[in-house]
Write a protein that binds this ligand. Structure first.
Ligand code: SF4
Length: 378
């Protein structure tokens, strides 16, 4: 009991907002869910595909006794609507990606310090596996079991006082700590997040179709399917809608950690047009080190084309023509063609017609033909 209390006090002293302990026992409910999702082609994206490793902590560490779960708030009081109406076409970026520093590094540093604290306070060799976000453990279920938070119908974990604006991390360890009890809260009759999702990705309470979730769509490789382009609106990276509409989040207190504040060069709503023609060194300067950087420059440029097609600002036409004519990636040229078709006008249509006979990609030519037809109807 004393060690558990000491670990929690230490964690809070290094900026952990909530910490709880779960028994390192299997997660049979999650194992069944993941198997069903895999069979239906809806396995969560960007996660480990080894289901036994994900749902049995002892497959990771044979003598695991406890899982330490932590939550760190990334909420800042920067308004998501800042400067959207200044006449400059601006992007929507999910709050979790605003920070000046990739949150994986921030949490990993805290987890490593907790492991060091454990090692300094027990008399046997500590074995400990820290994970943030992309590790095998079913992270949110660990947080639920550890009493750190409870599941909303949007499958986010809600932490008292901080809402769902939290990063989670965990340590699987051979150290026996006193487990906490789950919070046992629920959404009641609310269905706001289900109703608000622009693509119907929340197919029911606690059921997410990752193939429809805009958070995934904006990070997926290749061509963004047509049906998701207009629902994307101005979303450059991530979504947040299911969290913004959630009443539990309205009272969340901003932690205002400097590392999670928007990067000065970008703000929370980056101007879109400069992204179309950014150089590699500008990409590194603007996005390097942020949680947005890992998908690379081309994914952001593809998304920026779609955002600009939705915003329909004529200022975007010349840089979109530049992408159509000069980008080496067909998914960017295709997105530029789509955007030019959405904006329309003589210059956009003339550029599309000019490109059609010289475009080498069958896919991009089909985008151009559709864009010309769409612009003609507008
Ligand atoms: Fe639950 Fe409503 Fe929040 Fe969705 S919006 S997570 S249903 S409380």
């Amino acid at each position: 009991m004393q060690l558990t209390r000491a670990v929690k006090e230490f964690a809070r002293s290094i900026g952990v907002d909530h910490i709880g302990i779960a028994r390192a026992e299997p997660f049979p409910r999650e194992e069944a869910q993941l198997r069903a999702q895999a069979a239906a082609g809806r396995y969560p994206r960007f996660t480990d595909t080894d289901i036994p490793r994900r749902t049995d902590p002892r497959k990771l560490l044979p003598d695991a006794r406890s899982i330490i779960s932590i939550a760190v708030s990334y909420l800042t009081d920067d308004s998501p609507r800042t400067a959207v109406h200044d006449g400059v076409p601006r992007a929507w970026v999910s709050r979790y990606a605003w920070g000046d520093v990739d949150y994986h590094h921030v949490l990993r540093e805290k987890l490593d310090r907790i492991v060091e604290f454990l090692a300094a306070n027990v008399s046997f060799p500590v074995r400990a596996l820290p994970y943030v976000d992309t590790g095998p453990p079913v992270e949110r279920s660990v947080a639920e079991r550890a009493g750190v938070g409870w599941f909303g119908k949007n499958n986010c974990i809600y932490v008292p006082g901080h809402g769902s604006w939290v990063f989670l991390g965990e340590i699987v360890t051979n150290v026996e700590l006193v487990p906490d009890t789950p919070q046992g809260k629920s959404c009641g009759t609310c269905t706001r997040c289900i109703d608000a999702c622009p693509t119907g990705a929340i197919t029911g309470p606690f059921r997410i179709d990752p193939n429809r979730c805009l958070s995934y769509i904006t990070q997926m490789p290749g061509v963004i399917p047509v049906e998701f382009r207009r629902p994307m609106g101005r979303m450059l990276f991530g979504c947040d809608i299911c969290q913004i509409v959630c009443p539990w989040n309205w009272e969340a207190a901003p932690a205002n950690r400097p590392e999670f504040r928007p990067r000065a060069a970008l703000g929370s709503r980056p101007a879109l047009i400069p992204l179309l023609t950014m150089t590699n060194s500008q990409f590194k300067r603007w996005f390097g080190g942020t949680a947005m950087a890992w998908r690379g420059k081309k994914i952001l440029q593809r998304n920026a084309c779609i955002c600009l097609g939705n915003i329909k600002n004529p200022l975007a036409v010349p840089p979109l023509i530049d992408r159509l004519e000069h980008d080496g990636k067909e998914e960017v040229r295709g997105a530029a063609a789509w955007a030019l078709g959405e904006i329309g006008g003589d210059d956009a249509v003339a550029a599309l017609k000019r490109r059609l006979p010289v475009e080498p990609s069958d896919y991009v030519r089909s985008e151009i033909e559709t864009a010309i037809a769409h612009a003609a109807q507008a």
